[in-house]
Design a protein around this ligand. Structure first.
Ligand SMILES: CC(=O)[C@@H](O)[C@H](O)COP(=O)(O)O
Ligand SMILES: NCC(=O)COP(=O)(O)O
Length: 254
């Protein structure tokens, strides 16, 4: 499986919003990443517009039209502001994330064991798919919940990878191995019921290749915070090239 890189440009918008000068430009950042070979762009327009604003979402939609074959992924909570963007913009993919409006960052996936959650998500997934938009559910690595995600109509799951990233950073081999086994089991469970597998949150140049070596069938990684931080040092083109090299290393079949 070849893994695609979707660059999340939230943090470019975060810096831009600290002055009324319009720089750094979110669309220029996305253009540079696409020119460097990124397969897609991801945004998470949170309701408080702390970083990505509605205007960014539409300007990036116009940019993506100039890049046929590259994908636009919009993340958010479908019970908040996401569905308006899905129906108007019709991105290639939307990723449903169970964040509250004031949440510091995304830190958990959906709990599909909860009946009310399933009942709330089912029509929203159907509505997005009726608009021709692929639906990915942001999930913890829980193999036992993958069948429920598929039954709701999800096309993919995005595995929330912060626990893996934290284990990697601990440099404790046992923790790294334990987490990788969790994610591999969850990915296999998703693949077994016919869903695609995405992954994201706190992935970086250090932890990415091993994740892709150990976790089967990852179709897309969406990476923002660490890649944009690296781009401050390296520039967008070299940062994207570095992450593409990590993906290539991870996709090597042993
Ligand atoms: C869903 C997820 O893990 C990230 O895509 C999210 O967009 C991060 O949000 P912040 O950039 O606001 O931390
Ligand atoms: N879905 C994950 C994403 O888009 C970016 O997460 P991060 O790399 O900013 O942690």
């Amino acid at each position: 499986m070849k893994t695609n890189l979707s660059v999340n440009v939230n943090k470019v918008a975060l810096v831009r919003n600290t002055r009324h000068l319009g720089i750094p430009s979110v669309t220029k950042a996305a253009q540079a990443c696409l020119q460097a070979g990124a397969h897609g762009i991801t945004v998470h327009p949170r309701p408080d517009e702390r970083h990505i604003r509605a205007q960014d979402v539409h300007e990036l939609a116009a940019l993506m039209k100039q890049w046929p074959g590259r994908e636009y992924n919009i993340e958010g909570n479908p019970t908040q502001n996401l569905m308006e963007f899905v129906s108007v913009v019709r991105p290639d993919q939307c990723t449903f994330v169970p964040d509250s409006e004031d949440q510091f960052t995304s830190d958990h996936g959906w709990n599909l064991e909860d009946t009310a959650t399933r009942e709330r998500l089912a029509p929203l997934i159907a509505a997005a798919k009726a608009s021709g938009v692929r639906v990915s559910l942001f999930m913890d690595p829980l193999p036992q919940q993958m069948a429920a995600a598929r039954a709701l109509g999800a096309d993919r799951v995005e595995l929330y990878t912060e626990p893996y990233a934290a284990a990697w950073a601990s440099e404790r081999e046992s923790q790294r191995t334990e987490q990788l086994q969790r994610y591999a089991a969850a990915a296999r469970a998703a693949l077994d019921v016919g869903m695609g597998v995405n992954a994201g949150h706190d992935l970086n140049r250090d932890n990415l290749a091993e994740f892709l070596k150990q976790v089967p069938g990852v179709a897309e990684v969406s990476i923002g915070h660490a890649l944009i931080a690296d781009a401050l040092d390296l520039g967008y083109a070299q940062a994207v090239a570095e992450y593409l090299r990590c993906i290539e290393a991870g996709n090597q079949v042993a």
